[in-house]
Design a protein around this ligand. Structure first.
Ligand code: IMP
Length: 498
């Protein structure tokens, strides 16, 4: 006989709806706060809070340095993936920590490269202006799309078409964006290369970016105004990896595992707490009260919950393990609240896997999660590490699981067996800029919170009233009995853009 058999079905986020609560005039979207703790910390440092409750998944196709930078600027954070060499992950952390808003580190060209080689890089990167440097990094000039015509100059060398440094205004050792902006205004130019004392190129400032770059009120940064960086680790090479990540300035570590209720994970957490007590570790994934208690007692400072629900996940099919994310959150949150009453320590919970739309995010938060981790949602955006491709006239981006064949070429993988896959590889529809997507998503979350009368996430946890809905109600909640475009919605699933 099994140790435990639960006969009630576990439920997904899709099966819940919120009931409205009283909304006062104070509860307007502008006054609702989405601030939420990233990890428990005794000293309550600001850098351990997110200003929006969204984090991107530790996956090759989702969270590279660019996502790490852009999401932190907008109030969330990316969990940089660990299925890569220690050196390359440490470099990603450095890029996030050393990022200076508005100071772009562009790809550099050499004078003897052919214009057609640069044109290929331009097509891939989408950038149209490149600095030209010598072998020692000394700045020699700029080449932009106005300086050549690919049909005429493809075999020319860059040095034949570039604008030489003598004709370019540069800034020396400028580190303040407002100062760079003033220098740009005075130069009447749109690009300012920033050089060091020796004339080496450090970065470039583009006038078109400046207003945007000065406007990140929700940015998550440390006490030195450097963006917060979270990096995933595994339980195989963590000793060497953590050392390198800490040297690069990482703020928080997160163990990336599909099953965190293991001795490996407890040992890794204890080892990090002993050797790097200043760096909080996030544990997971677990889906039961027992798993939560086990990891928290081992020293985890936040817990990721969820198994089997990810959009690329086939764990449930392959192994029969998993649980609906809503039931997981309800169960684990109950234990988290009990632990809080016992110890006074509030351990944040991240809901992870299968959160596909904003309403799922809202339900996860209402059920007691502190923030939500998503892969598919972020994979669709410009800031994910993959290139866009066009399939049947639709712009797509590749997205694959960390347990898929594509990611399993990495030795210290999340899914350790190696004999079978637990994830798939596919395509997701390209969705544009992170900032535009987040604006809409956050507006919807705030609107739902307002409907429930909650001014912030802790209040949302207390005030939310939820109800399970039937399959017929879910159907009724979509457009029905009308024609959308040329399709009768009675017979066709209405697909939201999310
Ligand atoms: P999504 O937001 O529904 O796309 O799910 C992303 C989450 O799926 C990640 O944060 C991981 O927890 C999980 N995940 C990532 N790769 C795999 C895999 O290959 N198999 C199963 N789950 C995965």
């Amino acid at each position: 006989m099994a140790k435990r058999i639960i006969t009630e079905s576990s439920r997904t986020l899709m099966e819940y709806r919120l009931l409205p609560g009283y909304t006062s005039v104070d509860c307007s979207p502008d006054s609702i706060s989405l601030r939420t703790p990233l990890v428990y910390s005794e000293d309550n440092k600001k850098k351990y809070y997110l200003n929006v409750p969204l984090v991107s998944a530790a996956m090759q196709s989702v969270s590279g340095a660019r996502m790490g930078i852009e999401l932190a600027k907008l109030g969330g954070t990316a969990f940089l993936f660990c299925s890569q060499t220690i050196e390359s992950e440490a470099n990603m952390v450095k890029k996030v920590k050393n990022h200076k808003a508005g100071f772009v580190k562009p790809q550099k060209m050499k004078i003897d490269m052919k214009v057609k080689e640069m044109f290929e890089i331009r097509k891939r990167s989408g950038h149209s202006t490149f600095p030209v440097v010598d072998d020692n990094g000394l700045f020699l000039g700029l080449i932009s799309k106005w300086d050549y015509d690919i049909s005429l100059h493809s075999d020319c060398l860059i040095k034949e078409r570039m604008i030489n440094k003598e004709n370019i205004e540069v800034g020396i050792n400028i580190t303040d964006l407002k100062e760079a902006n003033n220098a740009l205004l005075e130069s009447h130019k749109s690009i300012l290369p920033i050089l060091d004392d020796q004339g080496k190129l450090v970065s470039m400032v583009f006038r078109k970016d400046i207003n945007d770059q000065l406007d990140f009120p929700l940015e998550v940064h440390d006490e030195n105004k450097r963006l917060v960086s979270v990096a995933a680790i595994n339980t195989h090479d963590h000793k060497e990896r953590v050392e390198a990540l800490v040297k690069s300035g990482v703020d928080v570590l997160a163990i990336d595992s599909s099953d965190g209720y293991t001795q490996y994970q407890a040992d890794a957490i204890k080892w990090i707490n002993e050797n790097y007590p200043a760096i909080p570790v996030i544990g997971g994934n677990i889906i039961t009260k027992e798993g939560f208690r086990f990891l928290v007692e081992a020293g985890a400072k936040a817990i990721k919950v969820g198994m089997g629900g990810g959009s690329i996940c086939i764990t449930q099919e392959q192994k029969g393990t998993g649980r609906g994310l809503a039931t997981t959150i309800i169960d684990v949150v109950e234990e988290r609240d009990k632990y809080f009453t016992e110890t006074g320590k509030y351990i944040p919970i991240a809901a992870d896997g299968g959160v596909t739309s904003t309403k799922d995010v809202t339900i996860a938060l209402a059920l007691g999660a502190d923030y939500v981790m998503m892969g598919r949602y972020f994979a669709r955006m410009d800031e994910s590490p993959t290139d866009k491709i066009v399939v049947n006239n639709r712009v797509m981006k590749p997205y694959w699981g960390e347990g898929s064949a594509r990611a399993q070429n990495w030795k210290a993988r999340r899914y350790n067996q190696g004999k079978f896959v637990e994830g798939v590889e596919g395509l997701v529809e390209y969705a544009g800029h992170l900032r535009d997507n987040l604006e809409e998503t956050l507006a919807k979350i705030k609107s739902s919170m307002g409907t429930c009368g909650a001014m912030n996430i802790p209040e949302f946890h207390q005030l939310a009233e939820l109800e399970v809905v039937s399959a017929l109600s879910i159907r009724e909640g979509k457009p029905h009995d009308i024609f959308v475009g040329t399709e009768n919605t009675d017979n066709n699933e209405y697909n939201s853009s999310e």
